[in-house]
Design a protein around this ligand. Structure first.
Ligand code: GAP
Length: 486
């Protein structure tokens, strides 16, 4: 475990060194739990998002995509239950004044115990959380002598709830009551879909069952934000709400549970690194919920949530907006031989954090490798084995020298390939150094243009994962790379 933690620290510095992820506002010492994506990170993130978007909206005939605003009418969050329920139980250490999320504090302690004891502690915690038993949670912390990491004391306040939504002022209207101009930064993208249910259903003439997908920023004032981009205060979600006939939600929940796990495998996440975790405590809107967990370098954690949200959201938006949000189903109900008629649809939601998926991809890809060469000397490299179809740069085009007409051939190859996929051109440094840099940013293919190219129109293609090389026709490069990334 200690080794993996070290490896994780190295992954974080690699992400910075190779233009993947920077601390936000770093020149001002950063902003906690907020990160910027650099030139390679932004492209990898876009490629993952594009894969998700394509799988949802292009490969499913009955799912369409939207892009709703981040600002929403504040009543949205009353109706969704976030104003009253979107909070986490917290506890403060009276000596250090440091605030902890109760579940994180107990989980961190459980990780230090022998496996069976840790498991028992987590089970006790989950039972108390399921019953909102805050006195019991405090007692559990005290009985287990769980101390604050800073003060090292067990001098705790009572457990209290803190709302996680950010507020801001909207418009320039002066008012004595600051709440008049107050809006929230959305804590989930889902509500933008719910409030547009009828707009999309009617204008798209959508027939149930159908889905609405969207990707976009969400904001949560996480009290304990940690583990790099795993838990951030500003992050991106990719959510899909699937609207179904009441009574069929269990079947669709099972369908999406399988479908989403398969999708993760399709982008290169090994099946053995994924597992399901059923929720012990259901959110206020759900009649069933589970996480698809991934084995991160710091343990098994939630990657995606699958939630059967019942008709909670649409019904509450009906109630608060006083507008009818219903669907007329003219399919025949075999029980009555009449159309199913009007109803508020049920919803099965799939919700994955794009940043968390990015962390999944990059932590699987990162490898520090050492080997002995044929001449007996040692060699090493750091490589990002990102699956070619999502790698930020697909092909590096490297003329062996800056003269003899080699750059011109390389530039012509760039012009041929770059309308189809991302290429990178470099003529500086030895070819070995250039290969190592491409390994470090995860470029799956390098093509070297050398003097033989001028004679027989062939090039050397080098494969990142095996480091093997072969000679192929210059004219076949584009086709070969397209074949590997499709
Ligand atoms: N609409 C349902 C919803 O938002 P959630 O389980 O709170 O459910 C869904 O969040 C997903 O969003 C999580 O599985 C996780 O991948 C991601 N996520 C949630 N909070 C996050 C945070 N603070 N930082 C990064 N990703 C987060």
């Amino acid at each position: 475990m200690a080794n993996e933690q070290n490896n994780f620290a190295e992954l974080i510095s690699h992400c910075k060194e190779y233009g993947y992820i920077f601390q936000s506002s770093e020149i001002y010492d950063g902003l906690a739990a907020v990160y910027d994506y650099g030139q390679n990170g932004a492209q990898l993130k876009k490629n993952i998002r594009d894969q998700w978007w394509k799988s949802m909206t292009q490969l499913h005939d009955n799912i369409v995509g939207i892009d709703a605003a981040i600002f929403m009418h504040p009543t949205t969050w009353k109706a969704s239950g976030h104003v009253d329920n979107f909070s986490d139980p917290m506890i403060d250490n009276k000596d250090s004044k440091k605030r902890y999320r109760v579940d994180h504090l107990i989980e961190a302690h459980a990780e230090t115990l022998p496996e069976a004891d840790g498991k028992a502690l987590i089970e006790q915690m989950e039972a108390l959380l399921a019953n909102d038993d805050y006195l019991g949670l405090k007692a559990l912390i005290e009985d287990n002598k769980i101390a604050c990491g800073i003060s090292k004391t067990c001098n705790w306040t009572d457990v209290r709830q803190f709302n996680l939504m950010f507020k801001t002022e909207f418009g320039a209207v002066a008012s004595d009551n600051p709440d008049d101009n107050m809006v929230y930064l959305r804590p989930e993208t889902a509500q933008g879909i719910f409030v547009n249910f009828l707009n999309v259903q009617k204008t798209g003439r959508m027939k149930i069952p159908f889905g609405i997908a969207q990707t976009g920023k969400a904001f949560r004032n996480e009290i304990v934000a940690r583990q790099f981009i795993f838990r951030m205060r500003e992050f991106e979600q990719m959510e899909m709400q699937f609207f179904v006939r009441p009574g069929t939600q269990k079947e669709w929940y099972n369908f999406w549970k399988e479908e989403r796990k398969k999708w993760h495998e399709s982008i290169g996440i090994p099946a053995e690194k994924l597992r399901y975790h059923d929720h012990a405590k259901l959110a206020h809107y759900a009649d069933a919920a589970l996480d698809i967990e991934f084995e991160f370098p710091f343990g098994w954690k939630e990657l995606e949530g699958i939630h059967s949200r019942t008709d909670f959201d649409l019904k509450n938006h009906e109630k608060y907006s006083k507008k009818k949000i219903q669907y007329f189903d003219n399919d025949i109900d075999p029980a009555t031989n009449k159309p199913y008629g009007n109803y508020v649809p049920y919803v099965v939601e799939t919700s994955v954090g794009l940043d968390r998926l990015f962390l999944t991809v990059i932590s699987l890809a990162y490898a520090e490798e050492k080997w002995t060469k044929e001449d007996g000397t040692e060699d090493s490299r750091v490589v990002l084995r990102i699956p070619p179809k999502i790698a930020p740069t697909k092909l590096a085009i490297l003329p062996l020298t800056k003269k003899d007409g080699l750059p011109e051939i390389a530039e012509a190859l760039m012009a041929e390939c770059k309308p189809h996929f991302h290429c990178f051109y470099e003529e500086k440094d030895t070819i070995g150094k250039r290969y190592r840099r491409m390994d470090a940013i995860g470029t799956p293919f390098c093509v070297t243009i050398d003097h033989q190219t001028k004679e027989d129109n062939t090039v050397t293609i080098r494969y990142r994962d095996t480091m093997t090389q072969e000679r192929i026709a210059l004219a076949d490069v584009k086709k070969l790379v397209l074949g590997k990334i499709s």
